[in-house]
Design a protein around this ligand. Sequence first.
Ligand code: PEP
Ligand code: MG
Length: 584
Amino acid sequence: MTFALHGIPVSKGIAIGKAVLISRAALEVSHYLVEPGKEEAEAQKLLEAFDQVRLELDQLRHGLPKDAPQEMAAFLDVHGMILADPALAQKPMQLIRTQRMNAAWALTTELNDLLEQFAEIEDAYLKERANDIRQVAERVIKALNAQKKEALSDSDLLSPSDVGVDSIIVAHDIAPHDMLRFKEHAFTGFVTDLGGKTSHTAIVARSMEIPAVVGVRHASEMIRHGDWLVLDGERGIVVVAPDESLLEDYRKLQNQSLKEARKLQQLKHAKTETLDRVDIELFANIELPEDATQAIKLGAVGVGLFRSEFLFMDRHQALPDEDRQYEEYRRVVDLMHGLPVNIRTIDVGADKALGAGGSDVSQTGTSPLGLRAIRWSLTEPEIFLTQLRAILRASAHGQARIMIPMLAHAKEIDETLRLIEKAKMQLHSRGQAFNPNIQVGAMIEIPAAALVLPLFIDRFDFLSIGTNDLIQYTLAIDRADHAVAHLYDPLHPAILYLLASIIDQAKRANVPIAVCGEMAGDPSLTRLLLAMGLTDFSMHFSQLLLVKREILKADVGMLKARISRVLKAYEPEAQAKALERLLA
Ligand code: PEP
Ligand code: MG
């Protein structure tokens, strides 16, 4: 039966393909297709893991102290019985043999199905058994993981497109680093139950130029593995089991948008200036060094934001040391051929967790108000100094610049600048090359920073407005929480007031000012930002030409004359009218 689900569109385009369900547990396990011919060996692994857990449970049962509560033995008996039921292994074995899923993936898929069936049961006692099944399955997954001594490499993660079908990932939630793991693999779309427009997961999906819809409540429960899906990343719609005529309509739309994208390519070499000849600079936001290649191809005049923390988020690896970081930063600098590269120092916490090497501290930043970004770096001065030295060393090869996230206090700024000087001294005494005049910039993304801008203007070489966080903190909404996603409003008068004021103050002081949050890459907001006097935009490269098209059509002189009305309008109706006039 055809039905549609609605969510928040975060990465445009239309994807048509079969659903690949990644369960919550499955995100903790690897999911890949085993090589043809190796299905039986994989099925054997699953059976061995079952045997191992059976043994563990027996040992636990027999090792129970005499005075152990009776429930303990009963509980182990129940788990033993669940494990002994051949039905639990049957379906996963089938999935391994027919769909070539790896064992852990097959088992979590079956687990999901079972949990769904249990959710429909009224009987409270039986309902409770769902938990037991989950626990048993998790034990088996643990045993499977232990069998696989080495972490799975990305090359093991084959996409189902290798077997000739376009696939769309459906998950409850995907962490930004998991999203990156999918980058290498040819999935054609993403659907998640959770997430907001500027969650880091959404940002990475956009950077992969793959249609994505997030915040589609219950998608992972309502969509079944293998369902045909149409994902409309423009309107935030996911159509499940579309009929032939709908498929036809969407294929037409898909073709149309491909044609438009091709037309847009013609703008690549056009000079970025407005109708009244104001030069505008378009920079790129990147998450991985190799993204710089695309940035250059699309005409970016530098990297306005390199989210360096993505180098630190691999669960299977220790934190990169100074040499490895230096290599990565240098790669970007080299790829950008002398153009500026703003390397933002590590911004972990909130919706981004550190990888294996930082596990002892990765828990601390789970709240967006917690120990995030520079706050965390200042509590880990050795990790911070390592990163600063790596960036400084890269600055010997081109225009690497340091950009600091989430500053609010004068003492944080002073401590940061002191550590930058210390890193320089360390390199100096080692005799290693760096640019002693490296530019240091600050992100303005906490309202407090916006309200005391002179503090930043006096101490930094350049500023960049992180609108994603500025909106999050000004409006007090967690940007990754779909429950408040509807309150995430870049046009809130308070946001417009702050933006206009930051841009104006920085321009008057002659300090370069850019916007590097998602607002900069939203073509529907380009003219508004131009009207505020913004000339430096940094966005994901997939947005560059769309924004450029808006710039080429804009007249800054006229826009500036109309902005004050917008800024004075607090009532929604008055604001809508003023905006309409501005954009007319
Ligand atoms: C921002 O906050 O706007 C920003 C660019 O940084 P991030 O999205 O990585 O927090
Ligand atoms: Mg930010």
